[in-house]
Design a protein around this ligand. Sequence first.
Ligand code: SAH
Length: 479
Amino acid sequence: MRYYPLFLDLKNKKVVFSGAGDHAAAKIRLLLKTEAEIVVIGEDPCDDVLQWAELGKITFYNRPLQNEDVRDARLVYGANDDLPADEIAIALGRSAGALTNIVDNLEASEFLTPAMVDRDPVTIAIGTEGTAPVLARKIKADIEALLPASTGLFARIGDAFRPIAGTLKTARLRREFWTKFFFTEAPKALLEGGRRAVGERLETLYHEVSASDAARGHVNSAVRKGGSVTLIGTGPGDPELLTLKARRMLHEAEVVLYDQLVTSQILELARREAVLIHVGKKGFGKSWKQDDINALLIEHAKAGAQIVRLKSGDPSVFGRMDEELDALEEAGIDWDVVPGITAASAAAASIGSSLTRRGRNSALQFLTGHDVDGFAEQDWNDLSATGATAAIYMGLKAATFIRGRLLMHGAKADTPVTIVSNVSRMDQKVITTTLLELPDAIKAADMQAPAILLLGLKSRRAAQALNQITLPQMKTGAA
Ligand code: SAH
């Protein structure tokens, strides 16, 4: 390691920038996060610098750097984007005892500015000693995704409570207390009652922990007063389409129940120690019964586990969310829902076509091809109107039935239909056909589940998409 990471106290300390253009502004913006006294000196200031000066955030002098400017400076930046001028600036800085840096010039600098994740007062600095800025940015993005925006707030609220928490008897108990606070109780309290609720929750958690510790003399059970279940929409399959919250909750979960359509790449984001339970279809169509899933959720929650229930797409779209929430409420178990990207949205994105469009359709229907009674009946009159648009879930097997119903109710035979299977996955496949040719097109292209049918929509990328199958003109009889 050539560069040693440090956190420098800049409260009321002078930081001098030689240079006032865009080059300087990029770094000044970072320093503005601190409590430093920022002095910027240079000609040709950019708009940002002028604005910061006007707002009193920095002191700005529209002239070249002078000797006395660097007096008492802790840091001096050469940010003129002009090597000779920068070298003069840092020579002055160095002789005044400041640490010096020429922006984007590693060799000429005494220190470098890391990539940062800012959840003040929690700060993460990422450095690659200048070797791989792209890697640093990627790591930063990953950490940003891992740490909710509220991390800093919780750290601040928790800090004030540290002396009291210190009275918990053992280090293990204190660790359990803080873990529970930061990762479970504080986020929940913030959501339910805002900042104030977080502070209140901290106190009750402290009392719970110390009371049950005293009662049982047992650490682990002390903080476990009962588990909770989070229903998470995992989107159509690509892990990049998870929300940040889904990703974090999945990472924190102790027990993970997942459906058939949840991909293995998503499951990999669970912790190694987490218990993973598949509650989707088994073998040839034998499914877990909803009651059994509910019972399993309740059983684990009562044992005190943090459970996530993963559902493909969005849990509120053909996901039986209500049934699970009803069962949890009845059992008195805390629940939460994290929405996800539903297959219709992801399919629309992949074909570059709006689900709603001015002048075409001001309403959109989400339909299922199947319901408990078999092929699902719909308001076919509505759906047969010109411009009607619908996302049809579980519609592959029902395609002939749907075509028949729609044609019978007056839909145009050349109404476009796009079928997208395995949306967002490596094996995604798209075909655009007409209502008349729908069943044959599905067969010819060998479209497999999971697939979504977009009635009334064409794929914008019909020609160029790699995974696009262009079908020959097909002869079909009427339905
Ligand atoms: N809650 C899910 C839907 C579950 S029902 C959601 O919001 O997306 C299962 C149906 O969803 C499948 O039969 C299929 O029609 C659709 N589906 C789910 N994932 C899909 C995917 N990756 N590609 C295409 N269709 C998908």
